[in-house]
Design a protein around this ligand. Structure first.
Ligand code: NAP
Length: 285
């Protein structure tokens, strides 16, 4: 058996098309959604992410502002900018690219973003709302994971979902979202005993550990939906997931590739969050 590939690229393009249409309608009504991205320093990976976000804004018709600040920026300067953006009416989403330089406390910056403009979904208010099941801006990568599972046509309700990894930005929120979709969820982490045995019980297996190619076919239940969140840069410069794709695809029913799986969904979900935030701030949703 060889798995069907879940193309995050294709799903992402479909979602982007509908976002662009809605942005156009809102713009015609004088409510153009706007995203501000803040980059502090010169981290090369962050520069690429910020450029991609800028490009997505341009392609989908969003108003965008990119604030590129020097690596020596103080916490007070960054907080002053966040405060200004919180009050700026043409900005509906604020994203401060992480990681930040050492002199800046990341938590105090995330806490300073107005929750209704927190399109990364990292503010404690949004995290808390996700926890108790209230409306919130969802973190982008976990939201993308759920969207990809839904696109397979496999119902999440009643399934056993196994999530490997328990980070605040991926593992934990993915687990909560799967639970919200009525899956029975098991979370695994670095101290889990008999992990392959547990993973093999998963009708849905989501992997976010940051260990290149670690999860091979021996972790996969035949027919399972396998979502690989991992993005690991190998010594040869290539990108690898956390799942050993060649081995896992012999067991899985559906599987995401790396690249071209979860990756493209993250920015698309960011744009969807910005659209939603703009509608809420304008009293349209
Ligand atoms: P993280 O904060 O380092 O967390 C890794 C998690 O994996 C931890 O919970 C850790 O367990 C667990 N873990 C590590 N080694 C393990 C092992 N051998 N067996 C079982 N569990 C293990 O990483 P993250 O931020 O969640 O990111 C995970 C991966 O997703 C990375 O490759 C990252 O680049 C990628 N990622 C991709 C996107 C995207 O847009 N596609 C977005 C975010 C992250 P403990 O809690 O016990 O330490």
């Amino acid at each position: 058996m060889s798995a069907s590939i879940i193309s995050g690229k294709q799903v992402s393009e479909q979602i982007r098309e509908s976002i662009a249409k809605e942005v156009q309608i809102l713009t015609e009504k004088g409510h153009r959604p706007g995203l501000a991205v803040v980059l502090v320093g010169e981290d090369p990976a962050s520069q690429v992410y910020v450029r991609n976000k800028e490009k997505a804004c341009h392609e989908l018709g969003f108003y965008s502002e990119v604030h590129r600040l020097s690596p020596a920026t103080s916490q007070e300067e960054l907080l002053a900018l966040v405060d200004k953006l919180n009050r700026q009416e043409n900005i509906h989403g604020i994203l401060v690219q992480l990681p930040l330089p050492k002199q800046i406390n990341e938590k105090s910056v995330i806490d300073a973003i107005a929750p209704e403009k927190d399109v990364d979904g990292f503010h404690p208010v949004n995290v808390g709302n996700l926890m108790i099941g209230d409306d919130s801006l969802l973190p982008c990568t976990p939201a993308g994971v759920i969207e990809l599972i839904k696109r397979t046509g496999v119902s999440i309700e009643g399934k056993h979902a196994v999530v490997i990894g328990r980070s605040n930005i991926v593992g934990k929120p993915v687990s909560l979202l799967l639970q919200r979709e009525n899956a029975t969820v098991t979370m695994c982490h670095s101290r889990t005993a008999n992990m392959a045995e547990i993973a093999r019980q998963g009708d849905i297996l989501v992997v976010a550990i940051g260990r290149a190619n670690m999860i091979d076919g021996s972790y996969v239940k035949p027919g399972a939906v396998v979502i690989d969140v991992g993005m690991n840069r190998l010594d040869n410069g290539k990108l690898a997931g956390d799942v050993d794709y060649e081995s896992a695809k012999e067991f899985a029913g559906f599987i995401t590739p790396v690249p071209g799986g979860v990756g493209p969904m993250t920015i698309t979900m960011l744009m969807q969050n910005t659209l939603l935030a703009s509608k809420r701030l304008n009293g349209l949703a």
